[in-house]
Design a protein around this ligand. Structure first.
Ligand SMILES: Nc1ncnc2c1ncn2[C@@H]1O[C@H](COP(=O)(O)OS(=O)(=O)O)[C@@H](OP(=O)(O)O)[C@H]1O
Length: 329
């Protein structure tokens, strides 16, 4: 199942009129360029793979509008969703794509962590075309925990707006583990992997599922390059319980009109998550694919408690730095 279909975009195509020969030619060129660009996509697309179908629709639209008035160009992103893995980054990006002033890459480019040697022009080519005044965005959740990334984004533009979707680090770790074990069913239990030495109560901080949740540590790296007011911390929990409220904060932070509102969301009780409504059609709301909102395994309560204790000082520090209590403790 494709995730959110993005044919809201078609609203931006000018009213139909017969195309001149020249325009047809331009249209053809733009489309074939688009195809080549798709081929140059990095192999790694994160696990939001099923959403990429929507991307194709979206790129074709932009080719069409661009050909008709020639004013669209590919720009480097002015805002990036930098993390965190399993925080709700796909949901946030898909919610943002409802906004007419935002265009975003569907796949995760992994430019600043894995493809940096390809250069900024390669990165810019991945971006969708935008009109003046539209924001270009991408999401790659591993940026938040990769130490080279803050300096690299700063070198691209010191004004880049940075969005971090954060989620209770214990649930996040379990979600991360659930994803890994869905691909490698033979891995040891969560309880096993959590500890270096269970009798000594020594948590294995080198296990990425544990390490990613030490948010304060990672944030300190970023704060060496960017001031705090260039970040927006989105609550992954509120993105589920109050998507419109959280989206109001995001749109405000990005300096956008509040277009995405409660009208766009429909809580799907079977899925247990908000799904998106297309306002101009009566079709059913679209939910994210089945890799989003997986059932988590039951983890031994003692292990959960030990992880809670472990994260407590990191969470406290994170609340202190951000000035926001996310309510995980
Ligand atoms: N609307 C909606 N629909 C479905 N899922 C939603 C939604 N909003 C947030 N979430 C939560 O997003 C979690 C996956 O996070 P990410 O998209 O950041 O994961 S990834 O890092 O890109 O793999 C995913 O984690 P799991 O529940 O563990 O699968 C969801 O809890």
């Amino acid at each position: 199942t494709p995730a959110f279909m993005l044919d809201e975009r078609s609203g931006r195509i000018p009213p139909p009129r017969p195309l001149q020969n020249q325009e047809l030619e331009m249209l053809f060129k733009t489309r074939s360029r688009g195809l080549l660009n798709n081929e140059s996509y990095p192999e790694s697309r994160g696990d939001g793979w099923e959403e990429n179908e929507a991307d194709t629709i979206y790129d074709e639209d932009s080719g069409l509008t661009g050909a008709l008035n020639g004013s669209e160009t590919k720009k480097l992103p002015q805002a990036i969703i930098i993390g965190v893995k399993k925080g709700g980054t796909r949901a946030l990006l898909e919610f943002l794509r409802l906004h007419p002033d935002i265009r975003a890459v569907g796949a995760e480019p992994h430019f600043f962590d894995r493809n940096y040697e390809k250069g900024l022009e390669w990165y810019r080519e991945l971006m969708p075309k935008t009109f003046e005044g539209q924001l270009t965005m991408e999401k790659t959740p591993s940026y938040f925990v990769t130490k080279e990334v803050p300096g690299r984004i700063h070198a691209m533009s010191k004004d880049t707006k940075l969005i971090v979707v954060v989620r209770d680090p214990v649930t996040r770790a379990i979600s991360d583990y659930t994803q890994t074990s869905s691909k490698k069913p033979d891995i040891p239990s969560f309880e096993c992997l959590t500890f270096k030495n269970i009798t000594a109560n020594l948590i294995d901080t080198s296990w990425s599922a544990v390490q990613i949740g030490m948010y304060a540590r990672h944030l300190e790296q970023w704060l060496q390059f960017f001031p705090l007011d260039q970040f927006l911390f989105v609550s992954g929990e509120r993105l589920i319980s109050d998507p419109a409220g959280e989206m109001a904060r995001v749109q405000h932070f990005l300096g956008l009109r509040r277009v995405v509102t409660r009208k766009h969301f429909h809580f799907n009780p079977a899925k247990g998550f908000p799904c998106l409504k297309r306002l101009e059609s009566n079709s059913k709301p679209h939910c994210l694919g089945k890799t989003k909102g997986r059932t988590h395994p039951n983890i031994h309560p003692d292990v959960i408690q030990r992880l809670r204790d472990f994260y407590k000082p990191f969470n406290k520090k994170f609340y202190h730095i951000t000035g926001h209590d996310f309510g995980w403790d």
